[in-house]
Write a protein that binds this ligand. Structure first.
Ligand code: NDP
Length: 256
């Protein structure tokens, strides 16, 4: 960094996969990584949205239909990125769902769906990406956590467990793959306006106002607010940062 200056933040020549990149926070990250110079693979299930959003990023972006709960699909995602763009440098494990229900009312199928997508999905994608990154002597994995990794929540035990698991997955992979020059870090966004939170607001009006009132920044976050930290963690400027988590929350987590 000291000798390179701002070039250390450039992603020119890099290839990134963003799971759940067809909307919300994932798309904002895909767009920002692309602007920093990376070729982008958007990996998600909804092909219409995926193709459309990849096309909006220009010729150095592609959509690969992916279900992160399937090991075969995750492996095909990595093969597709290598076939299309020749390598894989950055994996953003962003795909996620939220099912709000109190613990006593949570159906086993909902508990499992949340854990399967949010936590096991990140593990399967990282596992699929590892051989490619190892061959290239390095890579960056960014896992999407949440403030729910730090706080308990009455309306989403499964979600909180999945995001708490993301923190430990991040630390474990960082230790496992440190010698391979693969850095693994987590982002912990606060309340961000997206389909996910708009859905929660529609079900329980007032959630946005309550979060805004507690946030020192005085506002709800936008998907673009999360993107800068992702670009930083994906860049050479962050080469000595691994196993860390960064809150991106307008100060929510430090406000008593
Ligand atoms: P959205 O609901 O807008 O987007 C979720 C994304 O995940 C979609 O692109 C969806 O695509 C993808 N996805 C879901 N299931 C799968 C699957 N099985 N395989 C592949 N992709 C899948 O949510 P956000 O943008 O708000 O959230 C993105 C991430 O950020 C999530 O991990 C979320 O938990 C986390 N987060 C969000 C916060 C917020 O306040 N919004 C706060 C903290 C963390 P498709 O359905 O087409 O597969």
């Amino acid at each position: 960094m000291s000798t390179e200056g701002l070039e250390a933040f450039s992603l020119a020549g890099r290839v990134a996969i963003v799971t759940g990149g067809n909307r919300g926070i994932g798309f904002a990250i895909a767009e920002a990584l692309g602007k920093a110079g990376a070729a982008i693979v958007i990996a998600a299930r909804d092909a219409d949205a995926g193709e459309r959003m990849a096309a909006s990023l220009g010729p150095r972006a592609a959509f690969i239909a992916t279900d992160v709960t399937s090991p075969e699909s995750c492996q095909a995602m990595v093969r597709g990125a290598e076939t299309r763009f020749g390598r894989l440098d950055i994996l953003v494990n962003n795909a996620g769902i939220m099912r709000a229900s109190r613990a006593e009312d949570t159906a086993l199928a909902d508990w499992q769906a949340v854990l399967d997508i949010n936590l096991t999905g990140a593990f399967l994608c990282a596992q699929a990406a590892y051989p490619a990154m190892r061959r290239q002597n390095g890579g960056k994995i960014i896992n999407m956590g949440s403030l729910a990794a730090l706080f308990g929540t009455a309306a989403g035990a499964a979600y909180a467990c999945s995001k708490g698991g993301i923190l430990q997955l991040t630390r474990s992979l960082a230790v496992s793959w440190g010698a391979d020059n693969i850095q693994v870090n987590a982002l912990l966004p606060g309340y961000i306006e997206s389909d996910m939170t708009r859905g929660a607001e529609a079900e329980r009006p007032g959630a946005f106002d309550a979060k805004r009132a507690r946030t020192p920044a005085g506002r709800i976050g936008q998907p673009e607010d999360v993107a800068g930290a992702a670009v930083f963690l994906a860049s050479r400027a962050a080469n000595f940062i691994t196993g860390a988590s960064i809150t991106v929350d307008g100060g929510y987590a430090i406000h008593i």
